[in-house]
Design a protein around this ligand. Sequence first.
Ligand code: FES
Length: 145
Amino acid sequence: MSGNQEMAERASEAETKSQQPASTPVDYPVGPASDFPPGSHRIVQVRTQEVGVFNVNGNLHALVNVCPHQYGPVCDGPVGGEMRCNASTGWKFQWSRDGEILICPWHGLEFDLTTGRCLAPKEMRLRKCKVNVVEGEVRVSLTGG
Ligand code: FES
């Protein structure tokens, strides 16, 4: 191979590499989908992180098991709903969103499982992970979900 051919080949390789994303997300298998029926949740290990995988009304949501308040194991907390009293409920107290709200066991902050957002203060949120099912197996990626 001539020097010019070698240089052209290296330039081509470098161009190909520069077109690839800097870091490709990697999915980790965490168990069969049958282990995550609706209404259930499990805490799984993904590399060095504990991740809570929740099945909310048939949709999987994965959240890193660290509370943004004081770093408590938020996914160990109970799952419930929220009491509403506003114009949409006719100004009557009404239990809603049952199975969609995670309560941190340390100080009781509540988080929307589907978004990771704290009910109050809203700027606080859990870190979500990408989660999907491939050939019957639940797979979690530590990159955003
Ligand atoms: S550590 Fe979760 S509410 Fe304080």
